[in-house]
Design a protein around this ligand. Structure first.
Ligand SMILES: [Mg+2]
Length: 223
């Protein structure tokens, strides 16, 4: 079964200007620090299908003409692809919040293909900077990661979304740690005669004499 990372664009991979959330010129394009390094590591090391899910309010109307959107979107996709981050699917909802369309996050109408035996939604993630991203995670039966400085924590509780959110962070390194497979483990076994603990850590720097890619640290103590 395939696992998916559903990733929001504005405010998560690129900066969303506070004054005008519509990113409609290349002058406004700024990537979030760390996104290339850490999302790149996720793309290279982890087994996720990547899907971009973004609301672009009123796209294609005079308030947000296509020709102002696509140069930014195309440059975002091309730059990420150059860093090994390739989105298998890009889902763009163009409606306005007032229309309350089922395609608009947190609605799942654009994402129905993922409700199939082919996909493991329980072990998939939605990463985004709004509560609607976490609500989308809930609606998909996936887990959410809120890209936020903590100021939305109370709202998350109010909306009863805590159970669908496994982390709140604005650090892509932390996101990498949350979605990558567990890289360390500790097991302890105590009997009358022995007390053995084994710790394996795969997160080293690869400077093992055997030149393994990962540095294995095994400690064993018998008392
Ligand atoms: Mg966003």
């Amino acid at each position: 079964m395939k696992r998916v990372l559903f990733i929001d664009r504005d405010g998560t991979m690129i900066v969303e200007p506070a004054a005008d959330p519509q990113i409609d010129s290349l002058d406004e394009l700024e990537f979030i620090p760390g996104v290339f390094t850490w999302l790149g590591k996720i793309a290279r090391e982890c087994d996720y299908e990547l899907a971009m899910v973004t609301n672009q309010d009123g796209l294609g109307t005079p308030s947000f003409p296509e020709e102002t959107f696509w140069p930014v979107q195309n440059l975002v996709s091309k730059t990420l692809k150059g860093e090994g981050i390739e989105f298998k699917e890009v889902f763009i909802d163009r409606s306005l919040p007032s229309e309350k369309k089922p395609t608009r996050k947190p609605g799942t109408a654009m994402l129905t293909k993922y409700f199939s035996e082919e996909y493991d939604l329980t072990n998939s993630f939605v990463i985004g900077d709004r509560l609607t991203d976490i609500e989308l995670a809930k609606n998909l039966g996936a887990k959410g990661i809120l890209f936020n400085d903590g100021s939305l924590s109370n709202k998350l509780t109010e909306k009863n979304l805590e159970a669908s959110c496994i982390g709140i962070t604005q650090d892509w390194k932390t996101i990498y740690e949350l979605v990558s497979p567990k890289r360390s483990a500790k097991v302890q076994r105590t009997t009358k005669e022995t007390d053995i603990s084994i710790e394996v850590n795969l997160a080293g720097k690869g400077n093992h004499p055997l030149k393994r890619v990962w540095h294995f640290l095994i400690t064993c103590s018998i008392n």
